[in-house]
Write a protein that binds this ligand. Structure first.
Ligand SMILES: Cc1cc2nc3c(=O)[nH]c(=O)nc-3n(C[C@H](O)[C@H](O)[C@H](O)COP(=O)(O)OP(=O)(O)OC[C@H]3O[C@@H](n4cnc5c(N)ncnc54)[C@H](O)[C@@H]3O)c2cc1C
Length: 410
């Protein structure tokens, strides 16, 4: 087994349960670092969504996961963890978190479950390549030059996001060396960088109850309601993370990608205009900045006045109808043209990876090389936030472990 993330550990546990003798090689000093910080440190391990709904969160990759989910699905995962003594709680949108609110607890339960089944975990042991003879995987080579023989090998090295957790994309190289196609990896569930930097004063600002629309080449393709943050020159926060899954592939294709914010989604243009007129009437000889202060957080006032070209010294009674209209349009359509995705270091998952057409979905086995299996995020599968990605790692790990053990016993 290469990689002691959730996919690798679950594969090891299942293979050992099936009677295989299992060694997990992990490049980092400790297993499953990414899992230990998942769900904002609280570990959103799965989702209670039903089978079809669950698959839909993977877009067109859902089909590949059908057997894995039939073999080991959300309730199976929860039963497994309950047996290992992990308490969980279901939250908004069916998201299942650790009851303790501590993701590292998931890691310790998984490691304990593996050790109970006599799995050996070799940390600080990076694998540099596979040993292949006549289209059969015969073992692995470590970065220090040692070779380990194996009857079956599972690659569970994850994607490329958050590389500090150990997921540096090594598995793609192993797979490419033996002829596997890798769909170019892209950061997903990630912040988006606007073409024109927003003012420093906005950095750190969080907006609640806004609507963010994704516009690709002039066509609205998606909209999300909720929270947004301005962070380190990027648009971030839950609505952006969700939109990024659709946006990033289009940015890469050099399409025009715009995130258009409706800062007042509860008011249509007519109602917003009435509200502006009412406020202007009330404030009369007060500066326009006071009008904006009633509509937006303080750190946005100057940005708003400048963008709408409204003189900060202007009184409310002096605001002409054309400026009021400009302000209204700005509040309803604050557009950011996006130039690139946020950095890999902040992406929650990797889109792309080992082409699913070259993996048998019933066994997770390579179609090119025998005795070789794949599990987890290294495969070209990615989903929305909500616990879907971890369930996919656990389910594909379980299925790969089950079938690799069968191979070992042949
Ligand atoms: C900040 C953050 C929060 C997240 N929160 C959630 C969440 O709440 N819910 C959810 O569903 N998903 C979440 N995800 C996504 C989820 O964590 C991943 O999809 C999941 O960890 C993938 O599991 P994996 O086992 O395939 O890969 P990884 O977890 O990436 O594990 C791969 C392992 O392989 C090791 N490895 C890599 N190369 C080598 C090598 N050459 N030799 C030996 N070992 C190697 C790595 O060190 C690593 O330990 C989050 C991701 C991030 C970054």
């Amino acid at each position: 087994m290469i990689g002691a993330g959730p996919a690798g550990l679950m594969a090891a546990i299942k293979a050992a349960e099936e009677g295989a003798s299992v060694v997990v090689f992990e490049s980092m000093p400790k297993p499953a670092r990414k899992l230990g910080i998942s769900g904002k440190g609280r570990g959103n391990i799965t989702n209670t969504a039903g089978y079809s709904d669950f698959l839909a969160h993977f877009n067109n990759h859902g089909r590949f996961l059908k057997t894995a989910f039939k073999a080991f699905f959300n309730q199976d995962l929860l039963d497994f963890f309950a047996e290992e003594g992990l308490k969980t709680t279901v939250e908004r949108g069916g998201r299942v978190f650790t009851a303790s609110g501590k993701a590292p607890e998931i890691v310790s339960k998984l490691v304990a479950a593996a050790r109970k089944r006599n799995v050996t975990i070799m940390t600080d042991t990076a694998i540099s390549d596979l040993v292949i003879e006549q289209k059969q995987c015969k073992g692995v080579k470590t970065r220090t030059g040692r070779t380990f023989d194996a009857d079956a090998v599972i690659i569970a090295t994850g994607g490329k996001s958050y590389p500090l957790t150990g997921s540096t994309g090594d598995g793609y190289k192993f797979a490419q060396n033996i002829g596997h196609k890798v769909v170019p990896p892209l950061p997903s569930l990630v912040a988006l960088k606007p073409e024109r930097p927003f003012p420093i004063s906005l950095n750190g600002l969080q907006l609640r109850n806004i609507e963010a629309r994704l516009i690709i080449d002039g066509r609205k393709v998606q909209s999300e309601f909720g929270e947004l943050a301005f962070l380190d020159n990027n648009l971030a926060g839950p609505v952006i993370i969700t939109l990024s899954r659709t946006a990033v592939p289009e940015i890469v294709k050099k399409k025009q990608v715009i995130v258009s914010l409706d800062l007042k989604p509860a008011l249509d243009h007519e109602k917003l205009d009435k509200r502006l007129l009412r406020d202007l009437n009330k404030l009369k000889n007060r500066p326009c900045s006071e009008l904006i202060a009633g509509l937006l957080p303080t750190s946005m006032i100057d940005f708003c006045l400048e963008s709408c070209e409204i003189d900060a010294k202007l009184n409310c009674s002096q605001l002409e109808a054309r400026l009021r209209k400009r302000l209204r349009n700005w509040l309803k359509e604050l557009n950011f043209e996006i130039s690139e995705p946020g950095p890999w270091s902040q992406a929650i998952v990797t889109a792309g990876g080992i082409d699913t057409r070259e993996i048998n979905p019933v066994t997770m086995q390579s179609k090119l090389v025998s005795n070789l299996f794949f599990a987890g995020e290294i495969i070209d599968i990615d989903a929305d936030t909500g616990g879907f990605n971890l369930q996919a790692a656990f389910s594909t790990g379980w299925l790969a472990g089950f079938n690799a053990a069968r191979d070992q016993q042949k």
